[in-house]
Design a protein around this ligand. Structure first.
Ligand code: PHE
Length: 497
């Protein structure tokens, strides 16, 4: 039924162009057909694609009435509604307000200005009607504007001020016959169906050409998340350099392994709850290696192995506090302690890549949890020169061959160096990591032989990944705001690696 009532827009348009040659304004043409402009627009687009019609966009800013004003077109202006609501004997403000709602206040102003209403002497509450008939100019003007008639600039200004009209951009089309114009478009078949074969009409019908230029369906495919991708690349570099992986499967750690064993004093600011997440339950660990703990305590309190120590009252309760590890150096420390128990000593190269936690303010480059990459080499007679050489090997495999080192401080390394790399894209030196040689106060209490040194370095996984993928907000890379499309599309070529 609906089909019969609605006109065949395409047929009408083609017939019109065939006889009149053009349509000047698609909007008025649509309303003459009794269809929406959108419906006509779809037909125009389809016909234009085949160059059956040629369309030119016409863009114009027009004034349209606001929702509020639509009400006034229907029921009269607020001032007119007010006047109409006042009976011969007048009415109290409260009664009128009750009747008209928000219209009352708006209407009062203009009605008073026009002297349509007034008050009885001595009674400001009784509103009186002063005129019998009024001309509702506002309603008149709004109606004219709605039907597209011309109104003066002064009226426009007035309506604008009262926020009754607003500018709206509208697009319509001017149409004429295209180079492929036909009065009636043949429906072309897209597929040979069973019916076509049965009836034999496939011999007569025209088939649509294949569009070999059309884009195919997107393939349901996924790639590794950038962090995993870079992690794997870095893992391969470590493996090629003869490193083996450390077990990092303990996010929860004790302060002892995270700080004390690293010769980090118990008053150190990093051990504050502002920087570290402490666990509430279980708040303290029960298992600590007693012999080793005694040695750690001694070295903090009074030194040894050629060191003066820190000279403070070391507290076991502080070392027992559980936390979310703040660096993977806690893992390295456990591994070195384990290595020290194996006799005879054998040199080792270890690496780890896993998550760490810091109680920090989150911003575009910092998250409260991120991933650390850490490498260490443990052997007799290692020097700072060895560390620099290994770092140059490691970072140049990552595509960062220009390195600089800056003296730094870590409680557990001496000397310590921050690592900077020249970034060709950013044209500046950027900090890429931290490194050093573990202090004797850390290594000797573990039982590692004299003369054994450990060179080590650490960096975040997020930093190089953001540089490689050109991501400038860490929250686009990791966490709840990550767009899943990140794993649907993968750059064929990255900036390095
Ligand atoms: N643990 C250091 C950090 O969190 C990195 C580091 C590792 C520094 C090993 C020196 C040696 O930044």
């Amino acid at each position: 039924m609906a089909d019969k009532l609605s006109p065949d827009v395409e047929a009408c348009l083609l017939a019109h162009l065939n006889s009149d040659g053009e349509v000047q304004d698609s909007r008025s043409y649509a309303s003459s057909l009794g269809v929406s402009h959108k419906e006509l627009e779809d037909v125009i687009k389809s016909l234009s694609a085949f160059r059956i019609v040629e369309s030119t966009d016409v863009t114009k800013e027009t004034w349209v009435v606001t929702e509020e004003a639509k009400g006034y077109v229907a029921n009269g202006s607020p001032e007119a509604q007010l006047v109409a609501a006042i009976p011969l004997e007048g009415a109290s403000k409260d009664v009128l307000k009750e009747k008209l709602g928000s219209i009352f206040d708006i209407g009062m102003k203009t009605a008073a200005k026009n002297k349509w209403i007034g008050f009885e002497k001595g009674n400001k509450d009784l509103v009186l009607r002063k005129v019998d008939n009024i001309n509702d100019d506002l309603q008149e003007q709004l109606k004219r504007l709605e039907s597209g008639e011309a109104v003066s600039d002064k009226v426009i200004d007035d309506l604008k001020r009262r926020k009754l009209i607003m500018k709206e951009k509208s697009i319509w089309y001017a149409l004429k016959k295209g180079p492929q114009f036909v009065a009636k478009r043949k429906k072309m078949a897209t597929d040979v169906t069973q019916e076509h074969l049965r009836s034999g009409d496939w011999k007569e019908i025209e088939f649509k050409d294949y569009n070999f230029g059309a884009q195919g369906q997107p393939i349901a495919i996924g790639y590794a998340q950038p962090l995993l991708e870079v992690r794997e690349a870095i893992e391969n570099i470590f493996l090629q350099m003869g490193f083996s992986e450390m077990p990092t499967n303990n996010f929860a750690e004790s302060s002892f392994w995270n700080f004390d064993a690293l010769f980090q004093p118990q008053q150190h600011p990093a051990r504050d709850s502002h920087d570290t997440f402490f666990l509430e339950a279980p708040a303290a660990t029960k298992q600590l290696p007693e012999d080793y703990l005694e040695k750690v305590k001694e070295v903090h309190k009074s030194g040894g192995y050629g060191s003066k120590g820190y000279g403070y009252d070391w507290k076991r309760e502080e070392a027992e506090k559980n936390l979310l590890r703040t660096h993977t150096t806690a893992v390295s420390t456990r591994m070195l302690y384990k290595l020290a128990q194996e006799k005879p000593f054998a040199p080792k190269r270890y690496y780890s890549i896993d998550r760490v936690f810091r109680n920090e303010a989150v911003d575009r480059t910092h998250l409260a949890e991120f991933h650390q990459i850490e490498g260490l080499i443990c052997d007799y007679g290692l020097t700072l020169g060895d560390l620099i050489g290994v770092l140059e090997d490691f970072f140049s495999s990552l595509g960062m061959s220009k390195l600089r080192f800056k003296p730094a401080y870590n409680p557990y390394t001496e000397p310590s160096m921050e690592i900077f790399s020249y970034h060709d894209g950013l044209k500046k030196w950027v900090e890429v990591g931290n490194s050093g040689m573990f202090r004797p106060e850390m290594l000797l209490p573990m039982g590692l032989p004299e003369g054994v040194n450990v060179i080590a370095w650490g960096l975040s996984l997020e930093r190089p990944t953001m540089i490689l993928y050109g991501i400038d907000n860490i929250r686009d890379l990791f966490g709840p705001k990550v767009d899943f499309n990140l794993i649907k599309s993968n750059p064929l070529c990255r900036l390095g690696l």
